[in-house]
Ligand binder design. Structure first.
Ligand code: ATP
Length: 406
């Protein structure tokens, strides 16, 4: 549909970036980025009209997002960008410029594998455009930048290179490795805003195998360049590996909500640091005031709870529940990774997989029928009955009613 519209408007339209890369890699990717050689915003409005969607535009960057409902009834987003070059003022040179404007657009991208395009419009529908040898790099499993100033232009690409390397099990090419080392030598990371670093770190922590990326960051001395306290030690490294394992286990439970992985990894990365150092890391990453406060509170809660967990009697599940239920999921998962006691680990996993989801077969309405006067006492009675159920003292609905009525 985008291609046909391009033909009608006489502008070349391409699908670019991650979608094309993943198509060649045989990986699923539903994020479609379009580049239009022409007025991208006008194109987005016309396409949105055909899709029955709406447009959010960003005039300064000549980009737009189309938000529409797909055939399956889900909301989908389509990014539309304009291939930007001054030559729009020189329509006389259109034929040569047409190709070079997409080339310039792709040249601004981070890595060869992300600088692929497929033409959707005109007679070239489906034509793969590869100016920089991306197909060969995909075959050779290489992450390569497009030019030697790439990391100087944008040092976040160092973190992106590591993320893609881990995700696709590729290797950062030798020349690109040299350029990363050079960028670190020039201390370019220190010039980056905390917000941008934090965003890239979050993307790394949301991947399936952040541990491998953390090891690579350590090899390149990226972690200490972000903040000296983040440097890995053997103990921290072990803990981060455990965190990855715990999150993998948790994912297999298929329970929502999913935790915010960055909190757990950052607890691990700062596990050996003093309070002031942790505060300084959070300031470097420019966390919001509430993220900052919540993180610090969680850190101290976890510290005080982890030892108590070791003192719980076997099978005292209501006690375990009372201890863990007020703590945010991220803190519970962190303790599961952090503890050295197999019993505590097993207890936490039992809490997350079963205890946490335990519900009663009776409700406030039943209490009312039993003649309890309505009021806050309901909550207390139900809570006690729940604890009894967790400790296996009451199972059936009748047993729960009897217990509540005692
Ligand atoms: P993912 O699968 O993680 O979403 P993606 O390649 O789609 O990967 P995005 O971050 O959505 O990643 O970026 C879309 C495209 O924009 C990339 O494919 C890349 O071409 C380009 N891009 C993103 N960030 C940068 C950057 N820092 N420098 C240059 N190009 C970038």
């Amino acid at each position: 549909m985008a291609g046909e519209l391009g033909n009608r408007l006489n502008v070349a339209v391409y699908v670019v970036g991650g979608f094309v890369r993943d198509l060649l890699l045989g990986r699923k990717n539903l994020d479609l980025d379009l580049v239009v050689e022409g007025d991208g915003i006008a194109f987005a409005y016309k396409l949105a009209h055909q899709l029955g969607g709406r447009v959010r535009q960003h005039k300064k960057f000549k980009t737009a997002i189309i938000i529409y409902i797909n055939a399956a009834g889900e909301e989908e987003r389509l990014d539309v960008a304009t291939a930007r070059l001054e030559y729009y003022e020189q329509p006389a040179s259109l034929p040569t410029v047409e190709l070079s404007s997409i080339k310039m657009d792709l040249y601004r991208r981070d890595f060869t594998i992300n600088a692929l395009a497929i033409q959707l419009s005109h007679d070239n529908f489906g034509k793969l455009i590869d100016f920089f040898g991306a197909q060969k790099d995909i075959r050779d499993k290489l992450i390569r930048v497009l030019h030697s100033l790439s990391f100087v232009e944008d040092p976040t690409r160092i973190l992106r290179a590591i993320r893609f390397e881990t995700r696709f099990e590729f290797t950062i090419g030798p020349q690109t490795t040299k350029l990363i080392k050079n960028a670190l030598h020039l201390k370019l990371i220190t010039k980056l805003s905390g917000t941008r670093i934090f965003h890239e770190l979050q993307l790394i922590f949301n991947e399936v195998s952040p541990y491998q990326s953390l090891l690579r960051m350590q090899e390149f001395a990226v972690l200490e360049a972000i903040h000296p306290s983040l440097k890995l030690t053997p103990a921290k490294s072990h803990l981060l590996k455990e965190i990855e394992k715990v999150l993998e286990w948790y994912r297999m439970l298929y329970t929502k909500p999913y935790p915010e992985a960055w909190i757990i990894y950052l607890l691990g990365l700062t596990s050996a640091s003093k309070q002031e150092e942790v505060e300084s890391v959070l300031e470097r990453l420019h966390l919001t005031a509430s993220q900052h406060n919540e993180f610090m509170t969680l850190r101290s809660t976890v510290k005080s709870t982890i030892n108590l967990l070791g003192k719980i009697r076997p099978e005292a599940f209501s006690q375990l529940y009372k201890m863990l239920s007020p703590i945010p999921l991220e803190g519970v998962l962190y303790m599961m990774a952090r503890t050295k006691s197999e019993t505590v680990k097993k207890n936490i996993s039992h809490y997350l997989a079963y205890l946490r989801n335990t519900t009663l077969d009776i409700s406030g309405e039943d209490l009312q029928l039993l003649g309890f006067p309505p009021g806050p006492a309901y909550g207390e009675v139900l809570r006690k009955t729940l604890f009894a159920k967790l400790d296996d003292k009451v199972n059936t609905r009748q047993e729960q009613l009897d217990f509540a009525y005692r």
